[in-house]
Design a binder for this molecule. Structure first.
Ligand SMILES: [Cu+2]
Length: 149
């Protein structure tokens, strides 16, 4: 009898424990067609990021926060019309049902990019990281575009 052979149940436990993180990591939301609206003002301190966050997975996920090495702070915001005035507020999280897409667009959901570490120019590619509530991260890119006049 070999002592190096592990009982079958130990092996099964090891295999399933090892594959759990891999399975959880298998499917992630994706950020598509990300862009940053560059307003026609010199060196803006706040810019809005847009795009589509798709959740192709069978599990619901929630975006808890976002960050970018190019900005001091990135917030999840939603613009709304309140009493005829456009206001925006920070949202705590952005839930994504299985198979759903959140559209970030002018007048609605956006990533609020605050205090750029360097001036932002048209054509720049801004790296962003979406942090999910389950601890995983989604990397994305926002292309800087000049606002339409
Ligand atoms: Cu905002």
């Amino acid at each position: 009898m070999s002592r190096r052979q592990l009982p079958r149940w130990v092996l099964a436990a090891l295999v399933s424990a090892a594959s759990l993180p891999a399975l959880a990591d298998e499917c992630k939301p994706v950020l598509k067609e990300g862009w940053v609206n560059l307003p026609p003002v010199p060196e803006p301190m706040m810019l809005a990021g847009y795009g589509r966050i798709e959740n192709p997975c069978k599990q619901a996920v929630s975006v808890a926060s976002a960050s970018s090495p190019a900005f001091m702070h990135v917030g999840l915001h939603r613009s709304e019309i309140v009493d005829g005035m456009s206001r925006m507020r920070a949202i705590g999280e952005l839930p994504l049902a299985p198979g759903s897409t959140a559209t970030l667009a002018p007048g609605g959901l956006h990533l609020m990019l605050m205090h750029p570490s360097a001036p932002v120019k048209e054509g720049d590619k801004v790296a962003v990281t979406l942090k999910l509530k389950d601890g995983r991260e989604v990397a994305g890119v926002l292309v800087v575009k000049q606002a339409a006049p």
